[in-house]
Write a protein that binds this ligand. Structure first.
Ligand SMILES: Cc1cc2nc3c(=O)[nH]c(=O)nc-3n(C[C@H](O)[C@H](O)[C@H](O)COP(=O)(O)OP(=O)(O)OC[C@H]3O[C@@H](n4cnc5c(N)ncnc54)[C@H](O)[C@@H]3O)c2cc1C
Length: 188
């Protein structure tokens, strides 16, 4: 058990104690979520609760939940937080720094975020196809697996060219606010 530097919160040493599906390594039938599990943030707490619930649901049905794809933001955070090579560890928000760089670097930040979103969207679609048991989840909940709570709201539609220029502009404003949120997070 550790105490956070900034918020004085209490959290587990996730890289050494927790798997990418939030099970306690020593007792895999026990799962953790929220701040205690070593993730940080309001939406991260919700997303980790969802992943822990999915993992328990899978276990009850005699299956193992596959870890989220690392190209999704929350999957990247869980991969980082549960990697024994991560040392020392402090609870962390999702952030673009955790993602593997794009195959072709993009200098334009908005386009870069859109490409991250498209890649995550594809990774989650593949994940869902290879885990058909997840289809009992309502669509609204699955959207948590797609993108960051502070990012572009409808990456699929934007990238599929199904939205108006006005909507794309709104999404780009959201991408700007991602940057502001990152700056705020750094300031915290
Ligand atoms: C000052 C501050 C500012 C923050 N700002 C932001 C922000 O701007 N954006 C953001 O995304 N995140 C922010 N966070 C982080 C965010 O608040 C947490 O990551 C998130 O609330 C964690 O949710 P949780 O449900 O895991 O834990 P908590 O919200 O801490 O909930 C745990 C609950 O369990 C209860 N509890 C504890 N022990 C027991 C017990 N033995 N029996 C019964 N109940 C118990 C507690 O009373 C509490 O109600 C901030 C945190 C702090 C401290």
């Amino acid at each position: 058990m550790r105490f956070g530097v900034m918020h004085r919160n209490t959290f587990l040493d996730a890289p050494r104690l927790i798997t990418p599906t939030l099970a306690w390594r020593a007792h895999p039938h026990i799962h953790f979520a929220g701040q205690l599990s070593g993730t940080e943030g309001y939406t991260e707490a919700i997303a980790s609760g969802l992943v822990a619930a999915l993992a328990v649901y899978a276990q009850i049905n005699g299956q193992n939940l596959t870890e989220l794809p690392a190209h999704s933001l929350f999957g990247a955070l869980l991969a980082y937080a549960s990697d024994p090579a991560t040392q020392p560890y402090q609870p962390m928000h999702v952030n673009y720094g955790l993602l593997e760089p794009l195959a072709e670097p993009l200098r334009n930040r908005k386009r870069r975020y859109q490409q991250y979103a498209a890649r995550a969207d594809q990774a989650i679609r593949t994940y869902r196809e290879s885990n058909p048991e997840l289809d009992w989840l309502p669509e609204v909940d699955r959207s948590f697996l797609l993108t960051d709570d502070r990012g572009a709201d409808q990456p699929n539609e934007i990238l599929a060219g199904e939205t108006s220029a006005e909507e794309v502009s709104t999404a780009e404003t959201n991408a700007d606010s991602v940057s502001a949120a990152e700056t705020n997070a750094e300031a915290l």
